[in-house]
Design a protein around this ligand. Structure first.
Ligand SMILES: NC(=O)c1ccc[n+]([C@@H]2O[C@H](COP(=O)([O-])OP(=O)(O)OC[C@H]3O[C@@H](n4cnc5c(N)ncnc54)[C@H](OP(=O)(O)O)[C@@H]3O)[C@@H](O)[C@H]2O)c1
Length: 366
């Protein structure tokens, strides 16, 4: 047992220290020394690669799609709205750089270098829609190189099609189902291991004790939306740990540098505090974005900067990525610290529990 776990005072100070570190690494733009130290200029040619992005029509997902498309990848955008997907694809083809705090700016893409963009209809808040999306992906491609489990909702009430609380259902259940379906396509033979990059958040440290209130999820009662968002992001880190534990890098005869067949590198990331549509359904944020645009620009980073953590996690050299697998990246491009109940064996156990719970829910709605 660790000293902190044995001694409540040590545990209290360890928790306060984690909160301070977390705020430090959230990616607040007014902290001048917390800046990205990796950029898109460092990104390799992506021709021949297959990239799947949930929520690739908006925010960090859109910026990720632009980075891969403009470097030659085949990009599959999972989006629940045909109209929003078509608009995003049209903007991506024109090199539109998204920013909710100003008009979209267009930087023409190099036509000779670009890849392809496809829309896969997918509503993560409906398990059957996720099944159908996975089926369509399997019909179109024979492997996936990177899955960005990027989409998410925050601060919203409501229920999914199968009756689960909206945030947990979308952010966790929908993504777990997609990951489970895509495992075979992520494990087909290839020179470099595939990666799953999952969008977590620094707010995961505010999740309820134990991470997930399963009874609350099942109760059908209204829940505290902020607590549930944190809970969903805690769960996303746990799922990333599950994938790592089952399919992640392993050492054979003491050698850890040779990827095993079917290996998947699984990394959870916090993107920073990013000005995106995630906040725009909140009346206060909407009002602030109109009246105090300058203030938000000072505090929040753009979607382009906010996408760098996830693209870096997907692109950093294999030996580093293999070291990061099962871990959590915070701002910027640094191995972060998860809440203590997601560290080491506790994290692996959390991954098993969350994955099994999601599988059990999916089985109820086959
Ligand atoms: N922005 C931040 O400061 C911040 C901080 C920490 C973590 N994150 C995480 O980063 C990720 C990306 O968010 P963002 O900031 O880029 O926000 P965003 O611009 O609102 O993007 C969220 C994406 O998720 C999609 N989505 C929502 N519900 C969906 C559903 N039921 N089925 C399919 N797609 C759905 C949205 O599609 P629609 O366009 O159809 O709504 C949109 O494409 C999220 O997981 C978020 O929790 C963001």
């Amino acid at each position: 047992m660790s000293t902190a776990a044995a001694n409540p005072i040590a545990a209290f100070f360890a928790s306060v220290w984690l909160q301070i570190l977390t705020v430090w690494h959230t990616g607040l733009m007014f902290i001048p020394w917390v800046r990205p130290h990796w950029g898109l200029n460092d990104m390799a040619d992506q021709r021949g690669r297959v990239i799947v992005i949930t929520g690739g029509n908006s925010g960090t997902g859109y910026a990720t799609a632009l980075a891969y498309y403009s470097r030659g990848a085949r990009v599959l955008i999972l989006c629940r709205s045909a109209e929003r997907a078509a608009k995003a694809i049209a903007d991506l083809k024109r090199g539109g750089v998204a920013n909710v705090l100003s008009e979209m700016e267009y930087t023409p893409v190099n036509e000779e270098r670009v890849g392809t963009l496809e829309h896969i209809p997918c509503d993560l808040a409906d398990l059957h829609s996720v099944d159908e999306a996975a089926r369509m992906i399997a019909e179109r491609v024979d492997r996936v190189d990177v899955l960005f489990a990027n989409a998410g909702v925050m601060g919203m009430n409501g229920r999914t099609k199968q009756g689960y609380p909206l945030q947990f259902g979308t952010n966790v259940l929908g993504h777990q189902r997609l990951m489970a379906h895509l495992l075979p396509l992520l494990r087909t033979p290839r020179p470099r291991p595939a990666r799953i990059i999952s969008l977590a958040s620094a707010t995961h440290i505010q999740a309820p004790p134990g991470g997930i209130d399963y009874a609350g999820l099942d109760s059908g009662a209204d829940r505290n939306v902020w607590l549930e968002y944190s809970e969903s992001k805690w769960a996303i880190i746990a799922l990333a740990k599950y994938v790592h534990a089952h399919y992640g890098p392993t050492c054979k005869d003491g050698v850890c540098s040779v990827p095993a067949p079917g290996e998947i590198i699984s990394i959870a990331v916090h993107p920073g505090l990013v000005s995106t549509n995630l906040f725009m359904h909140l009346q206060t944020a909407k009002w602030l974005s109109y009246t105090f645009t300058w203030l938000l620009k000072l505090v929040l980073c753009t979607a382009t900067i906010g996408s760098l953590n996830q693209i870096w996690a997907a692109e950093v050299a294999d030996p580093i990525a293999r070291e990061l697998s099962g871990g959590y990246v915070w701002c910027f491009q640094e191995r972060g610290r998860e809440r203590v109940d997601l560290e080491a064996e506790a994290g692996t156990a959390a991954g098993e529990t969350v994955w099994a719970w999601c599988e059990a829910q999916a089985a109820r709605h086959e």
